[in-house]
Design a binder for this molecule. Sequence first.
Ligand code: SAM
Length: 232
Amino acid sequence: MKSKTEPSLDAPWALGEKKYNLILKALDNRRVEKIVEFGSGTSTVRLAQDYPRAEIVSFEHDRKFQQETTNLLKRFKVSNVCIHYRPLKVACFFPRLFLTYSLQENMLPRNLDFSLIDGPVERQTLRGREAVLYLIFPFLRVGALIALDDYHRKSEQAVVRNWLATYKNGLGVIQEYEDLVILEKTAHQLPTRFPGVSVLKDNWSITGILAIRTFHREKRKLNGTLNKWIRK
Ligand SMILES: C[S@@+](CC[C@H](N)C(=O)[O-])C[C@H]1O[C@@H](n2cnc3c(N)ncnc32)[C@H](O)[C@@H]1O
């Protein structure tokens, strides 16, 4: 606990105070009235406390953590947040596949000023963090900031490369830290469908790994069921 009035971000799985302060610094002197967050937790409470007039929407793929964050919001008497439970589903942005939050457009406020992308959890997804930008890009205003956590990972560095290739004229990196990156939407742009061989190779290799893992998991389940039947 940071204090009786603010939960600490220096806890396992949370963003961390240092990175959070870098984000606040980047947002200083900018309009912050609408925020969307992916991956709820302590950061949800802190954003709501620091931007009490903002409309905040947070997406969470795990019911348990949706409830935990809801309890945290109640404990700190914060009410300007809506947490949506959205399980992960396969999404196709032709010709690429992703496993990401199943968003509905009516859950997203228009003219978003800021997005914190800190979910889904890497091992449960297929470039889920990459896909959320494709989902929300039309809802971000020009000048909006996007913060992506865990930039020390090769996967998040690939995400940023893929984003920049997809929105060549609409996106730029404004701050790059070891484990956090902050980008700015610079123009409205439709996504480039064929952003280059390296982007497609990156996506298809990961899709292949996920398909093989899913196949083996389902095979194990089927074998288990068959064995039970045979023993009966
Ligand atoms: C990196 S966490 C999000 C943290 C949040 N943005 C924060 O800074 O407080 C990404 C996801 O991990 C899951 N998660 C959160 N706390 C967890 C915990 N203690 N153990 C396992 N998973 C957790 C939730 O599903 C969450 O959406």
